[in-house]
Design a protein around this ligand. Structure first.
Ligand code: FAD
Ligand code: UDP
Length: 400
């Protein structure tokens, strides 16, 4: 692999069998698979000055490994994804835990057996827990919106507490809307857990952190003789989208294109901008060993930020006397402002707009949108990897 900053004047797209736009999970997985399985020469164009997309991590000025674009915790049920990524990294056995700060008391999230007892007292908490077990069964995950639909008075009591103290204010901060107003799959990501497992991803068989970080994982994934990476290159500056073809650097391109950016940007937002939420992330380094007891504390009833992450608690890095934390402030995304489109907003009219853009790229020969942005989905890293593995299977099959 070669990582070049900028596109050399001698860049000739015809020397490559595939151009990949974006060096995040979606792009890097496709690049690696086509290079090693089909012997494709691949050019990866990445507009940032680094690889790894939103999973990028780096050492800050104090020597602490931080996640530049928010806390990333690897977790999956998908064995194929896990086997593929494990070729490029060892994993630590980090098990992510999150506490909600509810009026000053720290309670496990997902809300579980322990949280119930902290919220309602030992005895009443236990009674309510028994009711949940009777109704849903031990080990079950119950989305808050499903719990709210029950009309048993004890279940209503739990649902009202959790809705008000865990979901309502956090969701207002994160999305500018109440949990009833947003797609239920969003709050469904953090269901109530009927059990004692206090991990954020209860039951996920594979979870942890890449032992040397995400950027190192990507360096290995992209390290292949047939892959060239060009950072600091915005594909929009070298692409021209025609009716059925893409011109790259002024020439009609005949190879495959894997595109992992937002679809609306390809057309200068001419049908309207796809709405996103973005985040302001405020990093602070403190003169102390440890700031909080777990990786992330969610502020679900107070503060104007949603959560604080302490990186050393997740990476296991030992560095006495200093720790770096990060606060996340969510807001509406403004296109072409330099902000990052982090979260697609899952609403039917946004999906319809996305489908209209999708129809246009489906007319383009050998053009493949994939990933969290290009598919306009709320995907975790493992889901993106899975989607990229599926897409690469298809491209490989076409060239077999
Ligand atoms: P990205 O990582 O966004 O990569 C796309 C790349 O394409 C970017 O680097 C971008 O610069 C580049 N690009 C776009 N347009 C162009 C262009 N025109 N020209 C050149 N390059 C371009 N997932 C988990 O599994 N666990 C977590 O704990 C987790 N935490 C998260 C926390 C936050 C705050 C956020 C925002 C996301 C989190 N995710 C997490 C999700 C995870 O970040 C994504 O699933 C994953 O990074 C998506 O990979 P991707 O390749 O689709 O997109
Ligand atoms: N959520 C909440 N309170 C919490 C945790 C999550 O209200 O303590 C809701 C909120 O709407 C959030 C969604 O559940 O956006 C998904 O949470 P998750 O932690 O999966 O968000 P991410 O890590 O993707 O930002």
């Amino acid at each position: 692999m070669q990582i070049t900053s900028g596109l050399p004047e001698t860049f000739n797209p015809d020397l490559y069998d595939m151009i990949v736009v974006g060096a995040g999970f979606a792009g890097a997985v496709c690049a690696r698979r086509l290079a090693e399985t089909s012997g494709f020469r691949v050019a990866v164009l990445e507009r940032r000055d680094h690889i790894a997309g939103n999973a990028y991590d780096r050492y800050d000025g104090n020597g602490i490994l931080v996640h530049e674009y928010g806390p990333h915790i690897y977790h999956t049920f998908n064995e194929r994804v896990h086997n593929f990524l494990s070729r490029f990294t060892e994993w630590t056995d980090y098990q992510h835990k999150v506490l909600a700060n509810i009026h000053g008391t720290l309670m496990p999230v997902p809300f579980n057996h322990t949280s119930l007892k902290l919220a309602f007292g030992e005895q009443r908490g236990e009674q309510l827990y028994r009711k949940l077990v009777e109704t849903f069964g031990e080990g079950r995950k119950v989305p808050i919106m499903e719990l709210r639909a029950k009309n048993d008075p004890e279940l209503v009591e739990v649902a009202d507490y959790v809705y008000e103290n865990v979901f309502l204010h956090y969701t207002m901060k994160q999305w500018g809307q109440t949990p009833d107003q947003i797609d239920p799959s969003v709050t469904g990501r953090v269901p109530i857990f009927i059990g004692d497992d206090d991990r954020y991803f209860p039951q996920a068989p594979y979870q942890g952190m890449p032992a040397e970080g995400y950027t190192a994982l990507f360096e290995r994934m992209l390290d292949h003789d047939l892959i060239d990476v060009f950072c600091g290159v915005d594909a929009r500056d070298v692409f021209r989208i025609g009716e059925t073809n893409v011109h790259v650097c002024g020439k009609c391109y005949g190879g495959e294109i894997v595109y992992t950016g937002p679809l609306d940007e390809l057309f200068n937002l001419d049908l309207g901008a796809l709405p996103y939420r973005t985040l302001d992330m405020k990093f602070e380094t403190l003169d102390m060993d440890q700031f909080q007891p777990v990786g992330t504390v969610n502020y679900t009833t107070s503060e104007d930020y949603t959560r604080i992450t302490e990186f050393k608690n997740m990476t296991g890095q030992v560095l006495p006397g200093k720790t770096t934390i990060m606060k996340e402030y969510s807001k509406a995304y403004t296109p072409d402002s330099g902000e990052t489109p982090y979260y697609a907003i899952l609403e039917p009219e946004n999906r319809e707009l996305y489908e209209r853009y999708l129809e246009r790229v489906q007319n383009l020969t050998n053009f493949h949108p994939v990933g969290r942005l290009a598919e306009y989905r709320y995907y975790d890293m493992d889901a993106v990897t899975n989607s990229a593995l599926d897409l690469s299977d298809e491209i490989i099959a076409c060239h077999a």
